[in-house]
Write a protein that binds this ligand. Structure first.
Ligand SMILES: *Cc1c(COP(=O)(O)O)cnc(C)c1O
Length: 338
């Protein structure tokens, strides 16, 4: 089994098929309006709370669509992936429910809580090396040796189509939507969401949001080809990682379908996590909060804005959420009093 995702980019019909395939497996998350943010930007702002999704992040949408597409023979042999977090969790959960053997390769630096979360779903965790790349290399080798199917976290048509179901739900729930803010790392999420929305609502502006620290897709777009730079520590740890030197789908789809990419500071990410917690009682991880951070920093303005913000995940240690609340409260104190 090759680990290379082959085939054409997904289409709207693929996203619609994914919606039917994964409906029994995933939660259809309900939009939450944010009066505070609506007032700030003179429009209306809704949050798409994938932090409340099963496994705590949207990644189960793509993982379910991919794993349910495998043949009986592939399922019998098992699946493998490399992930430090949400993708590994999603793959482990779907595999458990289907009775499929799953192996998740992780670097030795990944925290015990993340390893435990994946092992709780019954997946085998293989610790390898010091970086994600080390773990990924081991996963490719094991896939080849054992005939396991390798499951990409983002650069695969089934994964992209699965994540795109968020776009279908936004289009169905918000007839007047004109802007969507989507956390951006490898680009599976935004490629799917943009595919769905640009097909159903061509005038919707699709904005990707990454952290200032090593935003790989942004740097690749600027260079005109995938580039690799060193990873940096960030509150948005779910957004860390390269987009793959031989990227087959998401780089081109982001080039074609995404209107703009904005970058947010660590301070803004912390404040956004705090806002979500204090104002909306939502636990949102740093990578999930970058869209909120972009809005807080007035990086997205639009007359008559009807904005949806994807809160992509909520798997975060409580002390980081507490730090976010502190940052948000301090920001509010500094605001000029009327
Ligand atoms: C994986 C992930 C992202 C980024 O998704 P890509 O498809 O890699 O762009 C954003 N937020 C969270 C919480 C994630 O786990």
């Amino acid at each position: 089994m090759s680990h290379d995702a082959i085939g054409a980019d997904p289409t709207l019909a693929d996203v619609q098929a994914a919606g039917r395939t994964i409906a029994p497996t995933v939660t259809r998350t309900t939009l939450i309006e944010s009066p505070l943010l609506s007032a700030r930007c003179g429009g209306r702002v809704w949050l798409k709370p994938e932090c409340l999704q099963k496994t705590g992040a949207f990644k189960i949408r793509g993982a379910a669509n991919k794993i349910l597409s495998l043949t009986d023979a592939e399922r019998a042999l098992g699946i493998i992936t490399a992930s430090s977090g949400n993708h590994g969790r999603a793959v482990a959960r779907v595999a458990r429910d289907l009775g499929v053997r799953a192996v998740v390769c992780m670097s030795r630096r990944v925290g015990k809580n993340k390893v435990d979360a994946i092992e709780r779903y019954g997946a085998e965790v293989v610790a390898e090396g010091e970086t994600y790349d080390d773990a990924e290399r081991r996963s490719f080798a094991m896939a080849a040796d054992q005939g396991l199917t390798w499951i990409s976290a983002f650069d695969d048509p089934h994964i992209i189509a699965g994540q795109g179901t968020i776009g279908l739900e936004l289009a169905a729930d918000l007839p007047d939507l004109n802007t969507v803010l989507v956390p951006l790392s490898g680009g599976g999420l935004i490629s799917g969401v943009a595919l769905a929305l640009k097909s159903l609502r061509p005038s919707t502006r699709v904005v990707g949001v990454s952290m200032e620290r090593a935003p790989m897709m942004h740097l690749s777009l600027e260079a005109g080809h995938p580039v690799e730079v060193a990873e940096r520590d960030t509150l948005a740890d779910a957004l860390v990682g390269n987009i793959g030197g031989n990227n087959r789908h998401t780089f081109g789809m982001v080039q074609r379908l995404v209107d703009k990419v904005v970058l947010v500071s660590e301070e803004a990410i912390a404040e956004a996590m705090g806002l979500a917690s204090v104002v909306h009682d939502l636990t949102v991880e740093g990578g999930g909060a970058v869209g909120l951070a972009a809005l807080l920093d007035d990086q997205v303005t639009h007359p008559g804005a009807q904005i949806a913000i994807v809160l992509s995940g909520g798997n975060v240690a409580p002390d980081l959420t507490a730090r976010g609340r502190q940052a948000w409260n301090q920001r509010e104190l500094k605001r000029p009093q009327k």
